[in-house]
Design a protein around this ligand. Structure first.
Ligand code: M6R
Length: 588
Protein backbone atom coordinates (compact mmCIF):
# COMPACT_ATOMS: atom_id res chain seq x y z
CA UNK A 1 0.00 0.00 0.00
CA UNK A 2 1.19 3.50 -0.77
CA UNK A 3 -0.08 7.03 -0.28
CA UNK A 4 -0.51 9.35 -3.26
CA UNK A 5 -1.44 13.03 -3.50
CA UNK A 6 -2.04 15.71 -6.10
CA UNK A 7 -2.42 19.46 -5.72
CA UNK A 8 -3.27 22.30 -8.09
CA UNK A 9 -3.99 25.77 -6.73
CA UNK A 10 -2.46 29.02 -5.57
CA UNK A 11 -0.14 27.69 -2.84
CA UNK A 12 3.41 26.46 -3.19
CA UNK A 13 2.67 22.88 -4.26
CA UNK A 14 5.79 21.36 -2.68
CA UNK A 15 4.74 22.55 0.79
CA UNK A 16 1.20 21.22 0.44
CA UNK A 17 2.52 17.92 -0.90
CA UNK A 18 5.01 17.40 1.94
CA UNK A 19 2.37 18.18 4.55
CA UNK A 20 -0.14 15.86 2.88
CA UNK A 21 2.37 13.04 2.46
CA UNK A 22 3.27 13.20 6.15
CA UNK A 23 -0.36 12.50 6.94
CA UNK A 24 -0.32 9.53 4.60
CA UNK A 25 2.90 8.01 5.88
CA UNK A 26 0.90 5.42 7.78
CA UNK A 27 0.23 3.90 4.34
CA UNK A 28 3.89 3.33 3.59
CA UNK A 29 7.18 4.87 4.58
CA UNK A 30 10.08 3.24 2.84
CA UNK A 31 10.55 5.99 0.26
CA UNK A 32 8.92 9.26 -0.73
CA UNK A 33 8.94 11.70 -3.59
CA UNK A 34 7.23 14.50 -5.44
CA UNK A 35 7.11 16.18 -8.84
CA UNK A 36 6.19 19.83 -9.32
CA UNK A 37 5.32 21.64 -12.55
CA UNK A 38 7.40 24.80 -13.08
CA UNK A 39 9.60 25.67 -16.06
CA UNK A 40 9.61 21.92 -16.62
CA UNK A 41 8.99 19.18 -14.06
CA UNK A 42 11.19 19.15 -10.96
CA UNK A 43 11.43 15.84 -9.14
CA UNK A 44 12.77 15.04 -5.71
CA UNK A 45 12.62 11.44 -4.43
CA UNK A 46 14.49 9.36 -1.91
CA UNK A 47 14.54 6.19 0.08
CA UNK A 48 13.32 7.01 3.61
CA UNK A 49 10.68 9.09 5.30
CA UNK A 50 8.85 12.09 3.86
CA UNK A 51 10.78 14.32 6.28
CA UNK A 52 13.90 13.68 4.16
CA UNK A 53 12.37 15.63 1.26
CA UNK A 54 13.44 19.29 1.09
CA UNK A 55 10.61 20.46 -1.14
CA UNK A 56 12.49 23.57 -2.20
CA UNK A 57 10.87 23.99 -5.58
CA UNK A 58 8.65 26.63 -7.11
CA UNK A 59 5.35 25.69 -8.74
CA UNK A 60 1.63 25.53 -7.93
CA UNK A 61 0.80 22.08 -9.31
CA UNK A 62 2.34 18.80 -8.32
CA UNK A 63 2.03 15.20 -7.20
CA UNK A 64 3.55 13.15 -4.38
CA UNK A 65 3.99 9.59 -3.16
CA UNK A 66 4.95 7.69 -0.04
CA UNK A 67 5.80 4.07 -0.73
CA UNK A 68 5.47 0.63 0.81
CA UNK A 69 7.51 -1.57 -1.52
CA UNK A 70 5.88 -4.42 -3.42
CA UNK A 71 7.73 -4.62 -6.77
CA UNK A 72 11.35 -3.56 -6.38
CA UNK A 73 13.28 -2.97 -3.16
CA UNK A 74 12.99 0.33 -1.28
CA UNK A 75 15.59 2.58 -2.97
CA UNK A 76 16.00 6.03 -4.53
CA UNK A 77 15.49 4.66 -8.04
CA UNK A 78 12.32 2.77 -7.15
CA UNK A 79 10.78 5.76 -5.35
CA UNK A 80 7.92 7.51 -7.18
CA UNK A 81 7.24 9.75 -9.14
CA UNK A 82 8.45 8.39 -12.47
CA UNK A 83 9.16 10.68 -15.39
CA UNK A 84 9.89 8.25 -18.24
CA UNK A 85 12.20 8.93 -21.16
CA UNK A 86 11.15 12.45 -22.17
CA UNK A 87 10.56 13.97 -18.74
CA UNK A 88 7.29 15.43 -20.08
CA UNK A 89 5.09 13.54 -17.62
CA UNK A 90 5.29 12.52 -13.99
CA UNK A 91 3.14 9.84 -12.41
CA UNK A 92 2.53 8.32 -8.99
CA UNK A 93 0.77 5.00 -8.51
CA UNK A 94 -0.78 2.95 -5.70
CA UNK A 95 -1.74 -0.64 -6.49
CA UNK A 96 -0.37 -3.40 -8.68
CA UNK A 97 -0.08 -3.47 -12.47
CA UNK A 98 -0.54 -7.16 -13.16
CA UNK A 99 0.48 -7.11 -16.83
CA UNK A 100 3.52 -4.89 -16.35
CA UNK A 101 5.96 -7.54 -17.61
CA UNK A 102 4.32 -7.83 -21.00
CA UNK A 103 3.83 -4.04 -21.24
CA UNK A 104 7.43 -3.45 -20.28
CA UNK A 105 8.74 -5.86 -22.92
CA UNK A 106 6.60 -4.22 -25.57
CA UNK A 107 7.70 -0.71 -24.58
CA UNK A 108 11.38 -1.69 -24.44
CA UNK A 109 11.05 -3.00 -28.01
CA UNK A 110 9.75 0.45 -28.95
CA UNK A 111 12.90 2.00 -27.48
CA UNK A 112 11.76 2.98 -23.96
CA UNK A 113 14.43 2.94 -21.28
CA UNK A 114 13.56 1.99 -17.70
CA UNK A 115 15.00 3.65 -14.64
CA UNK A 116 13.46 1.40 -11.94
CA UNK A 117 12.44 -2.17 -11.11
CA UNK A 118 8.82 -1.25 -10.39
CA UNK A 119 5.59 -2.27 -12.09
CA UNK A 120 4.46 1.38 -11.86
CA UNK A 121 6.99 2.81 -14.28
CA UNK A 122 5.22 1.32 -17.33
CA UNK A 123 2.46 3.88 -16.75
CA UNK A 124 4.56 6.89 -17.65
CA UNK A 125 6.01 5.17 -20.73
CA UNK A 126 2.50 4.34 -21.89
CA UNK A 127 1.56 8.01 -21.47
CA UNK A 128 4.52 9.00 -23.62
CA UNK A 129 3.45 6.58 -26.33
CA UNK A 130 -0.11 7.92 -26.34
CA UNK A 131 1.04 11.53 -26.32
CA UNK A 132 3.41 10.96 -29.23
CA UNK A 133 0.38 9.90 -31.25
CA UNK A 134 -2.38 12.26 -30.05
CA UNK A 135 -0.49 15.29 -28.69
CA UNK A 136 -3.18 15.43 -26.00
CA UNK A 137 -2.65 14.64 -22.30
CA UNK A 138 -6.25 13.56 -21.67
CA UNK A 139 -6.41 11.25 -24.69
CA UNK A 140 -3.05 9.73 -23.80
CA UNK A 141 -4.27 9.18 -20.23
CA UNK A 142 -7.43 7.34 -21.30
CA UNK A 143 -5.45 5.25 -23.76
CA UNK A 144 -2.97 4.33 -21.02
CA UNK A 145 -5.80 3.17 -18.72
CA UNK A 146 -7.09 0.87 -21.45
CA UNK A 147 -3.76 -1.00 -21.50
CA UNK A 148 -3.55 -1.68 -17.74
CA UNK A 149 -4.67 -4.75 -15.82
CA UNK A 150 -4.69 -4.87 -12.04
CA UNK A 151 -5.52 -2.38 -9.32
CA UNK A 152 -4.51 1.21 -9.54
CA UNK A 153 -4.93 4.73 -8.31
CA UNK A 154 -2.79 6.91 -10.56
CA UNK A 155 -2.18 10.65 -10.47
CA UNK A 156 -0.33 12.25 -13.40
CA UNK A 157 0.86 15.69 -14.49
CA UNK A 158 2.13 17.01 -17.82
CA UNK A 159 4.78 19.66 -18.37
CA UNK A 160 3.39 23.14 -19.03
CA UNK A 161 -0.10 22.38 -17.66
CA UNK A 162 -1.69 22.96 -14.28
CA UNK A 163 -4.10 20.11 -14.96
CA UNK A 164 -3.92 16.80 -13.11
CA UNK A 165 -5.37 13.56 -14.49
CA UNK A 166 -6.22 10.75 -12.07
CA UNK A 167 -7.86 7.34 -12.19
CA UNK A 168 -9.20 4.91 -9.60
CA UNK A 169 -9.62 1.16 -9.85
CA UNK A 170 -9.55 -0.90 -6.65
CA UNK A 171 -7.21 1.49 -4.82
CA UNK A 172 -8.63 4.48 -2.97
CA UNK A 173 -8.63 8.01 -4.33
CA UNK A 174 -10.49 10.99 -2.89
CA UNK A 175 -10.87 14.50 -4.31
CA UNK A 176 -10.77 17.51 -1.96
CA UNK A 177 -12.55 20.63 -3.17
CA UNK A 178 -11.13 24.00 -2.13
CA UNK A 179 -11.51 27.64 -3.25
CA UNK A 180 -9.34 28.11 -6.34
CA UNK A 181 -7.43 24.99 -5.38
CA UNK A 182 -8.18 21.31 -5.52
CA UNK A 183 -6.65 18.18 -4.04
CA UNK A 184 -6.36 14.46 -4.65
CA UNK A 185 -5.26 11.91 -2.09
CA UNK A 186 -5.47 8.27 -1.04
CA UNK A 187 -7.12 9.31 2.19
CA UNK A 188 -8.97 12.35 3.55
CA UNK A 189 -6.54 13.37 6.37
CA UNK A 190 -4.02 14.32 3.65
CA UNK A 191 -5.89 17.53 2.82
CA UNK A 192 -8.07 17.95 5.91
CA UNK A 193 -6.32 21.15 6.99
CA UNK A 194 -7.41 22.78 3.70
CA UNK A 195 -10.89 21.44 3.10
CA UNK A 196 -13.54 19.05 4.38
CA UNK A 197 -15.51 19.00 1.10
CA UNK A 198 -14.77 15.74 -0.65
CA UNK A 199 -15.79 13.62 -3.60
CA UNK A 200 -15.17 9.92 -3.24
CA UNK A 201 -14.05 8.41 -6.53
CA UNK A 202 -15.44 5.02 -7.40
CA UNK A 203 -13.84 2.18 -9.29
CA UNK A 204 -13.75 2.87 -13.00
CA UNK A 205 -13.63 6.65 -12.69
CA UNK A 206 -11.27 9.23 -14.10
CA UNK A 207 -10.82 12.74 -12.73
CA UNK A 208 -9.54 15.85 -14.50
CA UNK A 209 -8.69 18.62 -12.08
CA UNK A 210 -7.17 22.11 -12.09
CA UNK A 211 -7.53 25.05 -9.65
CA UNK A 212 -10.82 26.15 -11.20
CA UNK A 213 -12.70 22.94 -11.77
CA UNK A 214 -13.05 19.20 -11.54
CA UNK A 215 -14.63 16.81 -14.04
CA UNK A 216 -15.29 13.09 -13.66
CA UNK A 217 -15.58 10.49 -16.42
CA UNK A 218 -16.08 6.78 -16.82
CA UNK A 219 -13.42 4.78 -18.65
CA UNK A 220 -15.22 5.44 -21.95
CA UNK A 221 -14.86 9.19 -21.42
CA UNK A 222 -18.55 9.87 -20.63
CA UNK A 223 -18.93 12.64 -18.08
CA UNK A 224 -20.25 11.65 -14.63
CA UNK A 225 -22.01 13.77 -12.02
CA UNK A 226 -20.66 13.20 -8.52
CA UNK A 227 -21.96 14.05 -5.09
CA UNK A 228 -19.94 16.32 -2.80
CA UNK A 229 -19.78 15.08 0.79
CA UNK A 230 -18.79 16.95 3.93
CA UNK A 231 -16.65 15.08 6.43
CA UNK A 232 -16.97 16.02 10.07
CA UNK A 233 -13.37 15.13 10.90
CA UNK A 234 -11.44 18.13 12.19
CA UNK A 235 -7.86 18.91 11.07
CA UNK A 236 -6.76 18.22 14.67
CA UNK A 237 -8.09 14.67 14.37
CA UNK A 238 -5.25 14.00 11.95
CA UNK A 239 -2.62 15.72 14.19
CA UNK A 240 -0.83 14.41 17.24
CA UNK A 241 -2.28 17.25 19.34
CA UNK A 242 0.48 17.17 21.94
CA UNK A 243 0.71 13.36 22.20
CA UNK A 244 4.09 11.83 21.54
CA UNK A 245 2.64 9.29 19.13
CA UNK A 246 -0.53 8.89 17.11
CA UNK A 247 -1.03 5.50 18.74
CA UNK A 248 -1.22 7.01 22.22
CA UNK A 249 -3.55 9.75 21.04
CA UNK A 250 -5.76 7.17 19.37
CA UNK A 251 -5.86 5.02 22.51
CA UNK A 252 -7.03 8.05 24.48
CA UNK A 253 -9.56 8.96 21.79
CA UNK A 254 -11.47 5.72 22.36
CA UNK A 255 -14.25 7.12 24.55
CA UNK A 256 -15.03 9.69 21.83
CA UNK A 257 -14.63 7.13 19.04
CA UNK A 258 -17.19 4.87 20.75
CA UNK A 259 -19.58 7.74 21.43
CA UNK A 260 -19.44 8.83 17.78
CA UNK A 261 -19.83 5.23 16.61
CA UNK A 262 -22.86 4.79 18.87
CA UNK A 263 -24.37 7.92 17.41
CA UNK A 264 -23.87 6.56 13.87
CA UNK A 265 -25.26 3.14 14.85
CA UNK A 266 -28.29 4.54 16.65
CA UNK A 267 -29.18 6.80 13.75
CA UNK A 268 -29.09 4.09 11.06
CA UNK A 269 -31.50 1.25 10.74
CA UNK A 270 -29.88 -2.19 10.72
CA UNK A 271 -32.16 -4.37 8.67
CA UNK A 272 -30.50 -7.72 8.13
CA UNK A 273 -32.43 -10.87 7.27
CA UNK A 274 -32.27 -14.00 9.47
CA UNK A 275 -30.14 -16.83 8.11
CA UNK A 276 -29.62 -18.91 11.23
CA UNK A 277 -25.85 -18.71 10.78
CA UNK A 278 -23.27 -15.93 10.61
CA UNK A 279 -19.80 -16.01 9.07
CA UNK A 280 -17.28 -13.28 9.89
CA UNK A 281 -14.30 -12.63 7.63
CA UNK A 282 -11.40 -10.26 8.43
CA UNK A 283 -7.64 -9.88 8.90
CA UNK A 284 -5.36 -8.91 11.80
CA UNK A 285 -6.96 -6.80 14.48
CA UNK A 286 -10.29 -6.86 12.63
CA UNK A 287 -10.14 -10.67 12.82
CA UNK A 288 -9.70 -10.39 16.59
CA UNK A 289 -12.79 -8.19 16.68
CA UNK A 290 -14.51 -10.92 14.65
CA UNK A 291 -13.63 -13.62 17.21
CA UNK A 292 -14.98 -11.40 20.00
CA UNK A 293 -18.09 -11.01 17.85
CA UNK A 294 -18.38 -14.79 17.61
CA UNK A 295 -18.49 -15.24 21.38
CA UNK A 296 -20.91 -12.37 21.75
CA UNK A 297 -23.29 -13.14 18.90
CA UNK A 298 -23.46 -16.84 19.74
CA UNK A 299 -24.35 -15.88 23.31
CA UNK A 300 -26.93 -13.28 22.36
CA UNK A 301 -28.46 -14.87 19.28
CA UNK A 302 -27.89 -18.56 19.96
CA UNK A 303 -26.86 -19.16 16.35
CA UNK A 304 -23.49 -20.50 15.15
CA UNK A 305 -20.90 -17.94 14.12
CA UNK A 306 -17.77 -18.94 12.17
CA UNK A 307 -14.80 -16.64 11.80
CA UNK A 308 -12.27 -16.85 8.97
CA UNK A 309 -9.05 -15.05 8.11
CA UNK A 310 -9.90 -13.42 4.78
CA UNK A 311 -6.87 -15.02 3.13
CA UNK A 312 -8.19 -18.46 4.15
CA UNK A 313 -11.85 -17.81 3.38
CA UNK A 314 -11.06 -17.73 -0.32
CA UNK A 315 -9.68 -21.28 -0.09
CA UNK A 316 -12.91 -22.57 1.36
CA UNK A 317 -14.85 -24.81 -1.02
CA UNK A 318 -18.42 -23.87 -1.81
CA UNK A 319 -20.50 -25.48 0.95
CA UNK A 320 -24.23 -25.91 1.23
CA UNK A 321 -25.19 -23.45 3.97
CA UNK A 322 -27.25 -20.34 4.40
CA UNK A 323 -25.27 -17.69 6.18
CA UNK A 324 -25.04 -13.94 6.54
CA UNK A 325 -21.42 -13.01 5.84
CA UNK A 326 -19.90 -10.04 7.69
CA UNK A 327 -16.62 -8.49 6.51
CA UNK A 328 -14.79 -6.38 9.07
CA UNK A 329 -12.13 -3.98 7.78
CA UNK A 330 -11.40 -0.61 9.32
CA UNK A 331 -9.74 0.72 6.15
CA UNK A 332 -12.16 -0.96 3.79
CA UNK A 333 -9.18 -1.52 1.49
CA UNK A 334 -7.54 -4.74 2.69
CA UNK A 335 -7.00 -6.81 -0.47
CA UNK A 336 -7.61 -10.22 1.14
CA UNK A 337 -10.89 -9.02 2.64
CA UNK A 338 -12.03 -7.48 -0.65
CA UNK A 339 -11.28 -10.68 -2.57
CA UNK A 340 -13.19 -12.70 0.05
CA UNK A 341 -16.16 -10.30 -0.23
CA UNK A 342 -16.24 -10.73 -4.00
CA UNK A 343 -16.17 -14.52 -3.62
CA UNK A 344 -19.00 -14.49 -1.06
CA UNK A 345 -21.16 -12.35 -3.31
CA UNK A 346 -20.47 -14.53 -6.31
CA UNK A 347 -21.61 -17.51 -4.25
CA UNK A 348 -24.88 -15.77 -3.52
CA UNK A 349 -24.45 -14.91 0.17
CA UNK A 350 -26.00 -11.78 1.62
CA UNK A 351 -23.06 -9.67 2.79
CA UNK A 352 -22.37 -6.90 5.30
CA UNK A 353 -19.30 -4.67 5.61
CA UNK A 354 -18.19 -3.01 8.83
CA UNK A 355 -15.74 -0.23 8.03
CA UNK A 356 -14.48 3.08 9.36
CA UNK A 357 -13.94 4.72 5.99
CA UNK A 358 -16.71 6.40 4.07
CA UNK A 359 -17.05 5.07 0.54
CA UNK A 360 -14.06 2.71 0.90
CA UNK A 361 -13.76 -0.23 -1.50
CA UNK A 362 -15.54 -2.74 0.75
CA UNK A 363 -18.69 -0.60 0.61
CA UNK A 364 -18.93 -1.38 -3.12
CA UNK A 365 -18.68 -5.14 -2.63
CA UNK A 366 -21.29 -5.79 0.06
CA UNK A 367 -25.08 -5.56 0.29
CA UNK A 368 -25.18 -3.65 3.61
CA UNK A 369 -22.69 -1.26 5.17
CA UNK A 370 -22.26 -0.53 8.88
CA UNK A 371 -20.00 2.43 9.58
CA UNK A 372 -17.93 2.92 12.69
CA UNK A 373 -17.05 6.56 13.37
CA UNK A 374 -13.68 6.33 15.08
CA UNK A 375 -12.22 9.20 13.03
CA UNK A 376 -8.92 8.91 11.19
CA UNK A 377 -6.50 6.35 12.61
CA UNK A 378 -2.94 7.16 11.62
CA UNK A 379 -0.87 4.83 13.84
CA UNK A 380 -0.26 1.56 12.01
CA UNK A 381 -1.35 -0.39 15.08
CA UNK A 382 -5.14 -0.42 15.13
CA UNK A 383 -6.55 0.78 18.47
CA UNK A 384 -9.66 2.95 18.42
CA UNK A 385 -10.93 1.31 15.25
CA UNK A 386 -10.83 -2.05 17.08
CA UNK A 387 -13.00 -0.91 19.99
CA UNK A 388 -15.28 0.85 17.51
CA UNK A 389 -15.64 -2.47 15.65
CA UNK A 390 -16.48 -4.15 18.95
CA UNK A 391 -19.10 -1.46 19.53
CA UNK A 392 -20.63 -2.19 16.12
CA UNK A 393 -20.77 -5.93 16.91
CA UNK A 394 -22.35 -5.38 20.34
CA UNK A 395 -24.95 -3.14 18.82
CA UNK A 396 -25.55 -5.65 16.05
CA UNK A 397 -26.06 -8.38 18.65
CA UNK A 398 -28.70 -6.38 20.49
CA UNK A 399 -30.40 -5.07 17.34
CA UNK A 400 -30.57 -8.48 15.65
CA UNK A 401 -31.61 -10.17 18.89
CA UNK A 402 -34.58 -7.84 19.04
CA UNK A 403 -35.39 -8.02 15.34
CA UNK A 404 -35.23 -11.82 15.21
CA UNK A 405 -37.35 -12.04 18.36
CA UNK A 406 -34.55 -13.87 20.20
CA UNK A 407 -34.02 -11.31 22.97
CA UNK A 408 -36.81 -9.84 25.03
CA UNK A 409 -37.32 -6.10 24.85
CA UNK A 410 -36.15 -5.91 28.46
CA UNK A 411 -32.92 -7.78 27.80
CA UNK A 412 -32.26 -5.61 24.76
CA UNK A 413 -32.78 -2.42 26.74
CA UNK A 414 -30.45 -3.73 29.45
CA UNK A 415 -27.71 -4.41 26.90
CA UNK A 416 -28.14 -1.03 25.25
CA UNK A 417 -28.06 0.72 28.66
CA UNK A 418 -24.80 -0.94 29.49
CA UNK A 419 -23.53 -0.29 25.99
CA UNK A 420 -24.09 3.44 26.54
CA UNK A 421 -21.76 3.28 29.56
CA UNK A 422 -18.81 1.91 27.54
CA UNK A 423 -17.16 5.32 26.91
CA UNK A 424 -17.04 5.90 30.71
CA UNK A 425 -15.69 2.37 31.25
CA UNK A 426 -12.88 3.10 28.81
CA UNK A 427 -12.16 6.46 30.44
CA UNK A 428 -11.76 4.75 33.81
CA UNK A 429 -9.48 2.11 32.31
CA UNK A 430 -7.27 4.84 30.84
CA UNK A 431 -6.68 6.11 34.40
CA UNK A 432 -4.41 3.13 35.06
CA UNK A 433 -1.77 4.25 32.57
CA UNK A 434 0.66 5.02 35.44
CA UNK A 435 0.48 1.44 36.77
CA UNK A 436 0.89 0.05 33.27
CA UNK A 437 4.01 2.19 32.64
CA UNK A 438 5.64 0.69 35.74
CA UNK A 439 4.82 -2.84 34.63
CA UNK A 440 6.22 -2.08 31.17
CA UNK A 441 9.57 -1.30 32.83
CA UNK A 442 9.62 -4.80 34.30
CA UNK A 443 8.98 -6.59 31.01
CA UNK A 444 10.75 -4.34 28.49
CA UNK A 445 13.76 -6.63 28.09
CA UNK A 446 11.79 -9.83 27.53
CA UNK A 447 12.17 -11.82 24.36
CA UNK A 448 8.98 -13.85 24.68
CA UNK A 449 5.59 -13.29 26.24
CA UNK A 450 2.31 -15.12 26.64
CA UNK A 451 -1.20 -13.75 26.80
CA UNK A 452 -3.98 -15.84 28.30
CA UNK A 453 -7.72 -15.39 28.29
CA UNK A 454 -10.86 -17.47 28.21
CA UNK A 455 -14.17 -16.99 26.45
CA UNK A 456 -14.75 -13.46 25.25
CA UNK A 457 -11.41 -12.36 26.61
CA UNK A 458 -9.41 -14.90 24.63
CA UNK A 459 -9.62 -12.66 21.51
CA UNK A 460 -8.56 -9.72 23.68
CA UNK A 461 -5.49 -11.75 24.68
CA UNK A 462 -4.93 -12.30 20.92
CA UNK A 463 -5.20 -8.58 20.32
CA UNK A 464 -2.78 -7.87 23.19
CA UNK A 465 -0.20 -10.27 21.75
CA UNK A 466 -0.64 -8.81 18.25
CA UNK A 467 -0.13 -5.25 19.56
CA UNK A 468 2.96 -6.31 21.53
CA UNK A 469 4.55 -8.11 18.54
CA UNK A 470 3.68 -5.39 16.10
CA UNK A 471 5.14 -2.39 17.88
CA UNK A 472 7.68 -3.70 20.42
CA UNK A 473 8.99 -6.68 18.37
CA UNK A 474 8.72 -8.94 21.43
CA UNK A 475 7.56 -12.40 20.44
CA UNK A 476 4.14 -12.71 22.06
CA UNK A 477 1.62 -15.54 21.71
CA UNK A 478 -1.95 -15.73 22.91
CA UNK A 479 -3.66 -18.92 24.07
CA UNK A 480 -7.02 -19.81 25.47
CA UNK A 481 -5.75 -20.34 29.02
CA UNK A 482 -6.93 -23.96 29.09
CA UNK A 483 -4.75 -24.85 26.09
CA UNK A 484 -1.45 -23.91 27.68
CA UNK A 485 -1.00 -27.27 29.38
CA UNK A 486 -1.47 -29.07 26.05
CA UNK A 487 1.95 -28.03 24.76
CA UNK A 488 2.96 -24.38 25.02
CA UNK A 489 3.67 -24.73 28.76
CA UNK A 490 6.94 -26.36 27.72
CA UNK A 491 8.14 -22.94 26.57
CA UNK A 492 7.69 -21.30 29.95
CA UNK A 493 10.88 -20.31 31.72
CA UNK A 494 11.75 -18.32 34.80
CA UNK A 495 10.76 -14.68 34.37
CA UNK A 496 8.78 -15.00 31.09
CA UNK A 497 5.93 -12.47 31.34
CA UNK A 498 2.44 -13.96 31.16
CA UNK A 499 -0.45 -11.53 30.83
CA UNK A 500 -3.65 -13.12 32.15
CA UNK A 501 -7.03 -11.51 31.60
CA UNK A 502 -9.19 -12.51 34.54
CA UNK A 503 -12.86 -11.64 34.63
CA UNK A 504 -15.40 -12.53 37.32
CA UNK A 505 -17.54 -14.98 35.33
CA UNK A 506 -17.74 -18.74 34.83
CA UNK A 507 -14.07 -18.70 33.70
CA UNK A 508 -12.75 -17.12 36.92
CA UNK A 509 -11.78 -20.22 38.93
CA UNK A 510 -10.23 -21.92 35.93
CA UNK A 511 -8.17 -18.80 35.19
CA UNK A 512 -6.91 -18.88 38.77
CA UNK A 513 -5.68 -22.45 38.37
CA UNK A 514 -4.01 -21.56 35.07
CA UNK A 515 -2.26 -18.67 36.82
CA UNK A 516 -1.02 -21.07 39.50
CA UNK A 517 0.27 -23.38 36.77
CA UNK A 518 2.38 -20.68 35.17
CA UNK A 519 3.52 -19.11 38.46
CA UNK A 520 4.73 -22.52 39.62
CA UNK A 521 7.04 -22.52 36.59
CA UNK A 522 8.54 -19.17 37.47
CA UNK A 523 6.60 -16.96 35.03
CA UNK A 524 6.11 -13.29 35.88
CA UNK A 525 2.34 -13.00 35.92
CA UNK A 526 0.55 -9.76 35.10
CA UNK A 527 -3.19 -9.96 35.68
CA UNK A 528 -5.63 -7.62 34.02
CA UNK A 529 -8.49 -7.87 36.45
CA UNK A 530 -10.90 -5.84 38.57
CA UNK A 531 -10.52 -8.38 41.42
CA UNK A 532 -8.14 -7.33 44.22
CA UNK A 533 -8.00 -10.91 45.43
CA UNK A 534 -5.93 -11.78 42.34
CA UNK A 535 -2.99 -9.88 43.84
CA UNK A 536 -2.39 -12.92 46.08
CA UNK A 537 -1.53 -15.02 43.05
CA UNK A 538 0.27 -12.71 40.61
CA UNK A 539 3.26 -10.39 40.41
CA UNK A 540 1.42 -7.34 39.12
CA UNK A 541 -2.19 -6.35 38.57
CA UNK A 542 -3.69 -3.83 36.17
CA UNK A 543 -6.88 -2.92 38.04
CA UNK A 544 -9.41 -2.42 35.25
CA UNK A 545 -12.77 -1.16 36.53
CA UNK A 546 -15.44 -3.62 37.70
CA UNK A 547 -17.95 -4.35 34.99
CA UNK A 548 -20.18 -7.08 33.66
CA UNK A 549 -18.22 -9.90 32.05
CA UNK A 550 -20.00 -9.27 28.76
CA UNK A 551 -18.62 -5.75 28.46
CA UNK A 552 -15.21 -6.51 30.02
CA UNK A 553 -13.41 -6.72 26.61
CA UNK A 554 -13.51 -2.92 26.30
CA UNK A 555 -11.56 -2.11 29.49
CA UNK A 556 -9.23 -5.08 29.00
CA UNK A 557 -8.42 -3.91 25.48
CA UNK A 558 -7.29 -0.52 26.78
CA UNK A 559 -4.96 -2.29 29.24
CA UNK A 560 -3.30 -4.48 26.58
CA UNK A 561 -2.95 -1.53 24.20
CA UNK A 562 -1.25 0.66 26.82
CA UNK A 563 1.03 -2.17 27.92
CA UNK A 564 2.22 -2.69 24.33
CA UNK A 565 2.61 1.05 23.79
CA UNK A 566 4.72 1.70 26.91
CA UNK A 567 6.85 -1.39 26.41
CA UNK A 568 7.58 -0.38 22.82
CA UNK A 569 8.37 3.16 23.91
CA UNK A 570 10.84 1.99 26.55
CA UNK A 571 12.49 -0.21 23.91
CA UNK A 572 12.88 2.84 21.66
CA UNK A 573 10.74 1.40 18.84
CA UNK A 574 9.19 3.36 15.95
CA UNK A 575 5.70 3.07 17.41
CA UNK A 576 3.57 4.66 14.70
CA UNK A 577 5.48 3.09 11.84
CA UNK A 578 6.60 -0.42 12.85
CA UNK A 579 9.13 -2.06 10.58
CA UNK A 580 7.81 -3.94 7.52
CA UNK A 581 4.19 -2.97 8.18
CA UNK A 582 1.71 -0.68 6.45
CA UNK A 583 -1.61 0.53 7.73
CA UNK A 584 -3.72 -1.35 5.25
CA UNK A 585 -2.46 -4.16 3.15
CA UNK A 586 -3.66 -3.73 -0.40
CA UNK A 587 -1.77 -6.73 -1.81
CA UNK A 588 -2.92 -10.32 -1.40
O1 M6R B 1 -8.02 -2.24 7.48
P1 M6R B 1 -8.25 -3.62 8.04
O2 M6R B 1 -9.04 -3.61 9.28
O3 M6R B 1 -8.80 -4.58 7.02
O4 M6R B 1 -6.80 -4.15 8.40
C1 M6R B 1 -6.57 -5.47 8.80
C2 M6R B 1 -5.18 -5.65 9.35
O5 M6R B 1 -4.22 -5.42 8.37
C3 M6R B 1 -4.92 -4.72 10.54
O6 M6R B 1 -5.87 -4.88 11.53
C4 M6R B 1 -3.52 -4.98 11.15
O7 M6R B 1 -3.49 -6.25 11.71
C5 M6R B 1 -3.21 -3.89 12.17
N1 M6R B 1 -2.00 -3.22 11.81
C6 M6R B 1 -3.04 -4.41 13.54
O8 M6R B 1 -2.75 -3.40 14.45
Amino acid sequence: MCGIVGYSGFRRASEVIIESLKRLEYRGYDSAGMAVINHGITVEKKRGYVSMLKGEMEGRTGIGHTRWATHGEPSDKNAHPFTGCTGEFAIVHNGIIENYMELRKDLVKKGHKYASDTDSEVIVHLLEEGYAEHKDFKKAFFEMIGRLRGSFAIVAVHRGENRIMAVKKESPLIVGIGEEENFLASDIPAFLSYTNRVVIMEDGEVCELDPDGISFYDFQGNERKKKTEYVDWTPESAEKSGYEHFMLKEIFEQPLAIENTMHTLFSNDIDLPYYGRITIVACGTSYNAGITGKYLLEKLLGIPVDVYYASEYRLRPEVRERSLVIFITQSGETADTLVAAKIARKRGYETVGITNILGSSITHHVDHVIYTSAGPEIGVAATKTFTAQLAALYYLGAALGEKYGILSQMKCDEIIDEFRRVPRLIEKSLDYEGTIKKIAQKIMNSENMFYLGRGMNYPIAMEGALKMKEISYIHAEAYPAGELKHGPLALLKEGVPVVAIVTRDETYDKMLSNIREVSARGATVIAISPETEIENYVDYRIPVPKNSAMFSPFGNTVAVQLLAYHTAKLRGCEIDKPRNLAKSVTVE
